[in-house]
Design a protein around this ligand. Structure first.
Ligand code: IMP
Length: 430
């Protein structure tokens, strides 16, 4: 059995949890390969809602091994909080089930302070980061000054590395940004405790994945963020600092492309984004509120990690074609189709108008994107409540047509559609 990869095709928050949950059932290992607790995954099982930021959502499935891979960045405080919350609800998060790759990088309070300092210094040009220290941690990794999780197994080396890390960051924080220094003694104390609790979870991530594949098991790479937040293929600089695309799964887990079978792109039936940057199909006012919801339901469009209202707009097919190309998608999963029920008609962006010309593809640079105006085709809506649909034939003709239109326009077959947050509210398409 192979490696299957789940990828966000838009700006994150596509509702990847549904398909991850479905496939995790058959997986031996579910692994995060990029990002950190900037992600937010909501998994709904019956009346129980699990909100996870860092631990792969496969943890809900007994017997599945969950790996935080070498491409991820880990705030140990968040990891332990999630472990405690899951344990309190009866989920096994012991060292046999939850593994942390020694080559993943650690996020410290100094990284978080630097994230804040950078954002403040950018002023009106701020990226709108989640303030989780993600960018500064990947920066240190690339500068070869990072703190790898393997240090948790060596308290003496950890203390030395942390002391010099915090001292360097404090110079920048105080001298460069006029901010308060980070308390080095407090950080050393905290991390001593983290090392004690997390040391037994350390693993050789690539070896673990290789062994599972060699035994014929399925490994599931659980994507976080989305294609347009990718540091290379997203809307740079309004991106995260990692590679959430399919290539990131290779380096982030330590495998080559020959082990990959399915690359499953998840797309919301409309588009959302958090943070700054151009967004061609963005809506405002009542139309935006209609898609966003009021924030009184857990699945409304408010950030799982930050609580910020998400920017919302119509579905953008050039974005999905870009995601298909960058990730070699084998299929698409279309989520939240139920949110469109009751709209009289539904505009879908099929191409852009750029300086009087029609362009079909997503532009490679931000300046061009900012000049792109969406060209819409308007599809008929449907009035029926589709939250109880379980087969394609349960969907009204207009909803089926919407799915077919997306599939043809994106150039990838839609394999599943979600019609609500519940585990069962999921349709396998023919
Ligand atoms: P960072 O990853 O915290 O550095 O934030 C960089 C950009 O990525 C910001 O626009 C964030 O809002 C966005 N971002 C990061 N993670 C997610 C996510 O899981 N969903 C949606 N947006 C995200």
């Amino acid at each position: 059995m192979p490696l299957n990869i789940i990828i966000g095709t838009q700006w994150g928050d596509e509702g990847k949890g549904h398909i991850t949950d479905r496939l995790a059932h058959d997986a031996a290992v579910v692994a995060r390969y990029s990002g950190g607790d900037n992600a937010g995954h909501t998994v709904t099982i019956g009346d129980e809602i699990f909100k996870l930021h860092l631990i792969p959502s496969g943890i809900i499935h007994p017997g599945v091994i969950c790996l935080i891979g070498n491409g991820a960045v880990v705030n140990p405080a968040v990891l332990l909080r999630e472990m405690d919350e899951l344990a309190a609800r009866g989920v096994d998060v012991g060292p046999e089930r939850l593994k942390l790759s020694g080559a993943a990088h650690l996020i410290t309070p100094a990284h978080i302070a630097m994230d804040r300092a950078h954002e403040r210094a950018r002023g009106r040009e701020a990226i709108g980061t989640t303030m989780r220290g993600i960018g500064p941690t990947y920066t240190d990794k690339a500068r070869r000054e990072g703190l790898r999780a393997e240090l948790l197994a060596d308290p003496v080396a950890l203390a030395g590395a942390l002391a010099s890390h915090v001292a360097t960051k404090n110079e920048a924080l105080v001298g460069g940004y006029g901010m308060e220094p980070v308390d080095v003694a407090a950080v050393l104390g905290e991390f001593t405790d983290y090392a004690r609790r997390l040391g037994s979870h350390l693993a050789d991530g690539p070896a673990l994945v290789d062994e599972a594949l060699a035994r014929g098991h399925m490994v599931l790479a659980e994507g976080a963020q989305g294609t347009l937040l990718d540091i290379d293929h997203g809307t740079y600089p309004f991106v995260t600092s990692s590679s959430p695309t399919a290539g990131g799964a290779m380096t982030g887990l330590g495998v080559g492309p020959r082990v990959v079978d399915r690359v499953i792109g998840v797309a919301k039936a409309f588009t959302t984004r958090v943070g700054s940057g151009p967004f061609p199909t963005e809506l405002d006012g009542a139309a935006a509120a209609r898609l966003r919801g009021m924030g009184d339901k857990p699945w409304d469009e408010f950030g799982t990690t930050t609580g910020r209202p998400r920017r919302v707009g119509w579905l953008d097919l050039p974005i999905l074609r870009h995601a298909r190309r960058v990730n070699s998608l084998s299929e698409l999963v279309l989520t939240k189709l139920d949110i469109l029920s009751g709209l009289a008609d539904i505009p879908v962006c099929v191409a852009y108008e750029l300086d009087g010309r029609r362009v079909e593809s997503f532009p490679p640079d931000l300046k061009t994107l900012a000049r792109c105006r969406p060209i819409y085709e308007t599809l008929p809506g449907w009035v029926e409540d589709i939250t109880d649909a379980r087969r394609p034939s349960d969907l009204p003709a207009a909803a089926r047509w919407y799915v077919e239109f997306v599939s043809a326009g994106a150039g990838a077959p839609v394999s599943h559609v979600s019609v609500g947050p519940g585990r069962a509210q999921f349709i396998e398409m023919e």
